[in-house]
Design a protein around this ligand. Sequence first.
Ligand code: SAM
Length: 244
Amino acid sequence: MDIFFELHSNLPREAPGNNDSTAKALSFVPKLPQNPQILDIGCGPGMQTLTLAKITGGHIIAIDNHQPYLDVLQQCAESENLSSHIETYNCSMFSLDFEHESFDLIWSEGAIYIIGFQQGLQNWYSFLKPGGTVAVTELSWLVKNPPSEPLQFWNHEYPNMKYVAENISIIQELGYTYIHSFNLPESAWWDNYYIPLEDRISLLQTKYQGDVEAQSILQLEQSEIELYRNYSHCYGYVFYIMQK
Ligand SMILES: C[S@@+](CC[C@H](N)C(=O)[O-])C[C@H]1O[C@@H](n2cnc3c(N)ncnc32)[C@H](O)[C@@H]1O
């Protein structure tokens, strides 16, 4: 765990994403009320939380179970004069107990996979006001019959990964109205995530020379990056937007 957080701390983001994609997803959200109530689940260091606050002017509850990420978000919110819009909570997405129908918008970038796409959307339905919107990103297959290299890697690392059409069916079976989906651009993987992560891997490979366990963790992260370099046309992070 220590090396995991050495790798994954003080990066701009903890998953693919960028402000333009957050803003694009927001543009598909049906009209929000004045001062909308928003829940951001698995917010991490909160790049998307800050963007949501700036664009909507709403009140955001940002939850994560790793306090250092919440501390980063709080510091950024203070320095950007947004702290009156953002409240952070250290809690698990597995034990959320918000009031029934309390949010206009539920957001989750790169985090719903932790509870599962279907389970997360099912659990969060009751927290949404009628007519409220959910927007999430989820790693998804973009092509039928992907080549064996990415197939084997993701079957091992994320066996629940689905095709976009399958995720849209899940959304509809759960009773949401499907609004839109789009694949994040490749720059959203590289600029804020894989490029800084690759730099960190290289630093830690030097620091942990001779440490077999550490090197194997670093190698796994590096191979995920190489895989995306070669097969970005086969899978992507897809934004799914839906309404209650
Ligand atoms: C892949 S990161 C995405 C972070 C951020 N949304 C982003 O796009 O940069 C997933 C986040 O989920 C958080 N997380 C992991 N397990 C969690 C749980 N059980 N409850 C809440 N957050 C969790 C992690 O700490 C991490 O910040």
